[in-house]
Design a protein around this ligand. Structure first.
Ligand SMILES: NC(=O)c1ccc[n+]([C@@H]2O[C@H](COP(=O)([O-])OP(=O)(O)OC[C@H]3O[C@@H](n4cnc5c(N)ncnc54)[C@H](OP(=O)(O)O)[C@@H]3O)[C@@H](O)[C@H]2O)c1
Length: 243
């Protein structure tokens, strides 16, 4: 008898080239079919793809949402997928700065990559997810409640939160929608954003544990969840069962 847990799923992971997204790819690559996206194609991911034919990469830049949607559609067609079981919209960026000094190009890059592109992708992926009885997972942030030196980033994640909650009602019974809000996680995002996390960084959740909590929340089909360091310490980051 085929159990739900044994089902090989078709999964899109945006931002699958580093940090949390790459850890999600690592978790699922043996058991599921995956398309991972990002502007880069780092060695860790190309090595994984070389060892696992069920993993392919699509080079996309979400700062150009229409182009990104077209490339992802082409990657899905190239795999011969007519439906999707899961889309995890995880790609994200941000820049630490006093909002009074923030460069307009960076404001636009943050909002476009994190929010507009996610909205455009959700729109394009809807028919595939509906056909597959699938789940759309949006990766938000605990910063959606406000983060002073990260104002544009916080705004993008607050927008994503409102978008996800609206879609969840609108698409009820057709596509499941969830938004997961990670707390601080030990990836290179902070360094790229220009933030020195100092000693506090040692207390950030390891990315593999964050990926485990995300996987668990997807498998449990929770609507909204904050994924905190406390949850990690409670054991969920290690013991959580996922897809
Ligand atoms: N780390 C944290 O503390 C934390 C906390 C809360 C929420 N989050 C969220 O978790 C998600 C993953 O972050 P992370 O910590 O794993 O950071 P990360 O290691 O910097 O990974 C970010 C991913 O997003 C992709 N990306 C960034 N800009 C892109 C663009 N313009 N077009 C396409 N892909 C783009 C990157 O790929 P390329 O570089 O290859 O383009 C990379 O794969 C993000 O949405 C982030 O906001 C992180």
């Amino acid at each position: 008898m085929t159990t739900l847990a044994a089902k090989r799923r078709r999964i899109l992971v945006t931002g699958g080239t580093s940090g949390i997204g790459l850890e999600l790819v690592r978790r699922w690559v043996k058991r599921h079919e995956i398309i991972a996206t990002g502007r880069s194609f780092p060695e860790e991911l190309s090595d994984l793809a070389a060892q696992n034919p069920g993993l392919t990469h699509s080079r996309t830049d979400q700062a150009k949402p229409r182009d990104a949607a077209g490339r992802i559609a082409a990657a899905i067609t190239a795999r011969g997928w007519e439906m999707l079981d899961h889309a995890v919209l995880n790609a994200g960026t941000g820049f630490v700065c006093d909002p009074a000094d923030e460069d307009i190009a960076r404001i636009l890059e943050t909002l476009t990559t994190n929010l507009t592109a996610s909205m455009v992708l959700a729109h394009h992926l809807f028919p595939l997810l509906e056909k597959g009885g699938g789940t759309l997972t949006l990766i938000g942030s605990t910063a959606h409640r406000g983060a002073p030196a990260f104002a544009s980033y916080a705004a993008s994640k607050a927008g994503l939160n409102g978008f996800a909650r609206s879609l969840r009602e609108e698409w009820r019974g057709r596509v499941r929608v969830q938004i997961l809000h990670p707390g601080p996680t030990r990836t290179t995002m902070h360094q790229k954003a220009g933030l020195d996390t100092g000693r506090a960084g040692a207390f950030f959740t390891p990315p593999a544990a964050m990926a485990a909590m995300i996987d668990h929340a997807i498998a449990r089909r929770v609507a909204v969840r904050r994924l905190s360091f406390l949850r990690y310490w409670s054991g969920e980051g290690l013991l959580a069962r996922g897809l």
